[in-house]
Design a protein around this ligand. Structure first.
Ligand SMILES: [Zn+2]
Length: 419
C-alpha cells in the first residue's frame, strides 16, 4: 500500500465534514502543505508518514467557519451612529489608521473563534482592501477576506449620510458604473443596499447583470419589503436580513439564492432597546421631558424589533420547509456586541428551527457554494486546510461551538490546545 506524506495529522472523537453527512468517529484530518490530503474516519485512513500529530481527544473536527456578513471597521459605540460621522472640521472622528487597527483587533478575535473566512459587506472607502492585503501578507492574523468596498445605494439611500460608506448612483447606467468603480477599487463581490424600495427594479437588475457579467457575485441588504422580492427577482446571490414571504422563499429556492438572516444582531439590538428604555424609566418621574422622550423612543424601537423578529421566525420556519439555503452572518456593528459572535448566530439558527447540522452547513458548505468558493467550506481532499476543533459534540449542544480549541488556516496552526 502506498504511504502518503502528511505535514499535520489531526485526530478527534468526532468529525463533521460540512456536507451534511452524519459525523464519523473517531475522526482524522491529514494535511499536506496548504491542502487536505485525507478527511474522514481515522480507522479508514491510508498509511501516513512523517507528520506532526495533534490529538484533540474528545473534541469535534469541523471545517473552518465562514462568516458571510461582517463589518470589522464599524465603530458605532451606540446604535444611533452618532460616533460614525464627521467632526465639525470635516474630518472623520476616527482616522483611517485607527479604523484599520480596530479592524485588525476584530479580525483576530474572529479567527480565534474559528472564523477562517469572512465576507466584508461594506466599509469606508478603501480601508478594507488594505486590511485584506495585511492579512494576506500575514502581517496581522485574521480570516481570509472577501471584500465589497463601499455599499452601492441610490442617491439619498441607506447610510448615504455616513462618510465614505456609500457609493451613490442613479439610473441603470449609473448603477453599472458604480459596480465597475467598486470592482476597479478591488471589490471581490458587490454589495447593494435597498431599504424597502429606495431604488428601482430596473436599477437593481442592471447592477446585478453588470456584476455577473464581470464575474462577481452580489449581496443585497434587504431589511424591509419589497426589497427581498426585488433582490430575488433581480437574481442576487445572497440577500441579507429581512423577513421573506413564502412566495419570495419559493422563488429564491428556484433560483438557487441564499439567505443571510442575521438573527443575533437583531436579538442584541432588542436587548439594547430594552436596557435603554428601562434606564430611562428608572430616572426621575415627571418633569424630565427628555427622559420621557427617550423612554418612548426605545420602547417603540423595542416593539418594532420584537415584531420584526416574530416575522423572521415565521420566515425561517417556511424557509427550512422549502429548503432555502441559509448562511451565517453576524453583522456585529454595535460596540457592545462581540465581533466573534458566530457561535451566537449558530445558537440562534438552532433556536429558530435549524438542526445543529444545518446550522453548521450554513457556516461552512452553503456560503461557499453561494459564493462559488470551491476551495473551502468542507473537509475533503484537495480543499484548503481550514480546520477547527470544538470541545464536545455540537450536534448534541450547539453551544459547543463557543469552545474552539484549535484553528488551522491553510495548513498553519494558528490556535491549538497548547497555545
Ligand atoms: Zn451589514
Amino acid at each position: 500500500m502506498t504511504e502518503y506524506h502528511a505535514d499535520l495529522i489531526l485526530t478527534g472523537e468526532l468529525l463533521i465534514d460540512g456536507l451534511g453527512a452524519p459525523p464519523v468517529s473517531p475522526g482524522m484530518v491529514a494535511i499536506a502543505g496548504r491542502q487536505i490530503l485525507y478527511a474522514g474516519s481515522a480507522s479508514a485512513a491510508p498509511p501516513l508518514s512523517g507528520a506532526r500529530r495533534i490529538d484533540l481527544g474528545k473534541a469535534c473536527l469541523l471545517p473552518g467557519l465562514i462568516d458571510m456578513h461582517v463589518h470589522p471597521t464599524y465603530y458605532w459605540e451606540e446604535p444611533d451612529a452618532a460616533t460614525y460621522t464627521y467632526e465639525p472640521e470635516g474630518s472623520l472622528v476616527y482616522s483611517p489608521v485607527l479604523i484599520a487597527l480596530l479592524a485588525a483587533g476584530n479580525l483576530r478575535e474572529a479567527l480565534m473563534a474559528g472564523v477562517t473566512t469572512a465576507r466584508d459587506t461594506g466599509a469606508i472607502d478603501s480601508i478594507m482592501f488594505d486590511v485584506k492585503r495585511a492579512v494576506e501578507k500575514r502581517w496581522i492574523p485574521g480570516p481570509r477576506l472577501y471584500v465589497a468596498g463601499r455599499l452601492i445605494v441610490p442617491t439619498g439611500g441607506h447610510v448615504h449620510y455616513l462618510p465614505g460608506l456609500a457609493n451613490q448612483a442613479d439610473g441603470p447606467y449609473g448603477f453599472r458604473r458604480a459596480v465597475r468603480e467598486e470592482i476597479r477599487a478591488g471589490a471581490d463581490f458587490i454589495k447593494i443596499a435597498n431599504n424597502g424600495a429606495d431604488l428601482t427594479q430596473e436599477e437593481l437588475n442592471a447592477a446585478v447583470e453588470e456584476a455577473h457579467r464581470l464575474g462577481k457575485k452580489v449581496a443585497c441588504h434587504t431589511s424591509k419589503p419589497p426589497s427581498q422580492r426585488m433582490a430575488i427577482e433581480a437574481g442576487v446571490d445572497t440577500f441579507e436580513h429581512g423577513t421573506p414571504t413564502p412566495e419570495e422563499i419559493d422563488l429564491a429556492v428556484e433560483k438557487g439564492i441564499t439567505w443571510t438572516p442575521t438573527l443575533n444582531i437583531s436579538q442584541e439590538y432588542l436587548r439594547w432597546c430594552e436596557s435603554r428604555w428601562k434606564a430611562a424609566e428608572e430616572g426621575p418621574i415627571g418633569g424630565d421631558r427628555r427622559r420621557e422622550i427617550e423612554r418612548a423612543k426605545w420602547r417603540r424601537e423595542w416593539e418594532e424589533t420584537s415584531a420584526y423578529l416574530e416575522r423572521k421566525r415565521t420566515s425561517m420556519e417556511y424557509a427550512l420547509r422549502a429548503g432555502l439555503r441559509l448562511a451565517v452572518g453576524t453583522d456585529s456593528w454595535m460596540g457592545q456586541v462581540r465581533f466573534s459572535a458566530i457561535a451566537d448566530e449558530l445558537r440562534w439558527l438552532v433556536e429558530y428551527g435549524c438542526s445543529p447540522l444545518q446550522a453548521i452547513q450554513a457556516a461552512t458548505a452553503w456560503p461557499a457554494q453561494a459564493m462559488g468558493w470551491s476551495e473551502i467550506g468542507t473537509l475533503e481532499p484537495g480543499k484548503l486546510a481550514d480546520v477547527i476543533a470544538v470541545e464536545g459534540d455540537p450536534l448534541r449542544d450547539i453551544r459547543a461551538m463557543e469552545k474552539v480549541v484549535l484553528v488551522v488556516q491553510e495548513g498553519e496552526v494558528v490556535k491549538s490546545p497548547s497555545h
